[in-house]
Design a protein. Sequence first.
Length: 400
Amino acid sequence: MTETLISDGFDSLVDLGRDDPTDLHGILADLRRKKPYAVVRHRGERAVVLLTEELVAAAFRDEKTFPAMAAYTRANQPVLGRTIQSMTGREHRINKSLVSRPFRNLAAEQLREPMIAPIVHALIDEFADRGEADLVAEFTQPLPIRVIASLIGIAETDTDQLASWAHDLFNFPHDPEGAHRAAREFSAYVAPVVAERRHNPGDDLISVLVTAEVEGERLDDEQVLTFLRLLFPAGADTTHLALGNILCGLLTHPDQWALLRADPGEEAEWAVNEGLRWEPPVSLLHRVCPEAVTWQGIDIPADTAVIFAITAANRDPQVYSDPDRFDIGRRAAPLTTFGGGPHSCLGNWLAKAEMQVAVATLAERLPGLRLRPGAAEPVTFQIGKALRGPSSLWVEWDLA
Ligand code: HEM
């Protein structure tokens, strides 16, 4: 027997596409106590929100029922072009494989010392002798942009402009005009670099993209540009918000910060994993169910919005004991923070390497790092209602 969505009943008054409730975790936990999914409003429309790790992980794997393309052809294709997010089946497999090599685990590990660590140190150098800083503005935000810029071999001096384009591209559903302008400007900026690397390939990411070949297929210049238009928004704001959330977790739990400081080489990996579980930056991922279906006992009408609540899955008490506690000692690796199934995150190894180097280096270089009294900013929704992170993180530390 299946449970049916009551025709005009909602399980909560909250609109997950519009509201920014201060106690999002509490609201989702209350709903999950009743059943593993809920019927809610999402921008005024009826939507199903999946609340347990089991359901969210199963939904990510089920590309047939919840095809990514059904969401992304509307959410970003008009501005980014047809990226791998709007592809499925063989086309997706080949195109993802064409761009994957530089992002594999080993490749990301090899970037730690020569590329990531110098960028992290350079950012810290800019404020280390000041004794206070807003870590969001001066550290978490510029870091991923500088890493991607360095990866594709373009001038690090242009990173403010790149950050602003990345942000505007992500913001397409809320400011389409700004996003189209960013797409035009970014494409004009990077197209000559793509053309140049095709003639003169080096060992940077763009050179890898223009020369990659899988099952006889290669990327033309427009396909390379489309991938680059996705790379910046996908890799920049996600990572900067994730790092902000991890630092929020650590600095609002000084005992956990002390554990990290005692052994950054060992603990950085677990601090990052726990932060990614406790407050995932991709919080409420919006998908669509195009066909009417009974899925995991839930009757879902055609064209219903389905929200993969990663935020709720990561605090599922069936999986994580005392799930609201921030505890790097739990040694947990969250299952759905980077998605799953065919569209799982391409950049997860790179993001983790960046964030591990970042927290370990902060712990090593800034003695007594702590939140500035009264200055802690709560984690809130950023860029619409899908991503979450702090908008500032004022800290101070002891000067020698
Ligand atoms: C902490 C940081 C990050 C988080 C939490 C994150 C999360 C995610 C999630 C949840 C998805 C799946 C989206 C879906 O199924 O609809 C995804 C896909 C993707 N991510 Fe990430 N991401 C992060 C960093 C990065 C970075 C650094 C890059 C690249 C530099 C990147 C590139 C991508 C790409 C290209 C996809 C699309 C994959 C596909 O459709 O096959 N991400 N990410």
